[in-house]
Design a binder for this molecule. Structure first.
Ligand code: FE2
Length: 209
């Protein structure tokens, strides 16, 4: 299994409560809804469902911790960091997101389980076929972090068939995919092509290349 970090009670209570009180759209049990909130290192903010102040507060408060984790998991990627995602992902109870690596723009991938009390956590695998599944059990305010690369970091998630599932996805990101490929020692062209096709492949076959 690849390297990952689990941290319980990751967010301060006040921030955890703010996130659980967000007014979000109702979704059907088969839908996934993503709200993007992004802050660039130059201060620019793009927010779907947070106030700009809250996006900034999260960055100011937690980015140091996230960078420390990245330093531990993939120190060569720290200098590539350009912006941070704080995405809210609402997943329908009957919905499942197939096994995937994260996209290469993500230097550090994180998820913090928000709501409800019980649901299904993220499932990690030792390869893209889904061998050796390990579930990082759902617990409110538990954070899971890993640093994706081409050969590992395969994971999936799904609803538990009973309740919709709310999570905060917290990523340190870059736009410099070429440098990411250099660090990971993989072909930039191959990665670029695959990433171009993956959204279509997902829509057609509900899986990833
Ligand atoms: Fe993912």
């Amino acid at each position: 299994m690849f390297e990952y970090k689990v941290i319980d009670n990751f967010l301060d209570e006040k921030d955890f409560n703010y996130l659980n009180k967000l007014k979000l759209e109702q979704i059907s049990k088969n839908q996934i809804k993503v709200y993007q909130n992004k802050i660039y290192n130059n201060g620019k903010i793009i927010s779907d469902c947070f106030s700009n102040d809250f996006t900034k507060l999260l960055a100011d408060k937690y980015n140091r911790k996230a960078l420390e984790i990245l330093k531990e998991l993939s120190p060569k990627k720290i200098s590539l960091w350009e912006y941070t995602d704080f995405n809210i992902i609402l997943t329908g109870s009957e919905c499942s997101f197939p096994i995937h690596r994260d996209t290469p723009n993500k230097l550090l991938s994180g998820v913090i389980y928000l709501y409800p009390k019980n649901n299904t956590g993220t499932i990690l695998y030792s390869n893209g076929k889904g061998d050796d599944p390990t579930t990082i059990e759902w617990k409110q305010n538990r954070a899971l972090f890993f640093s994706r690369n081409e050969k590992n970091s395969f994971h999936s998630y799904k609803g538990d068939g009973i309740s919709n599932r709310l999570a905060l996805v917290y990523n340190l990101c870059t736009t410099d995919i070429k440098k990411v490929c250099e660090v990971d020692d993989v072909s930039f062209l191959k990665v670029k092509l695959r990433e171009k096709f993956n959204p279509y492949f997902y829509r057609l076959f509900n899986r990833f290349l």
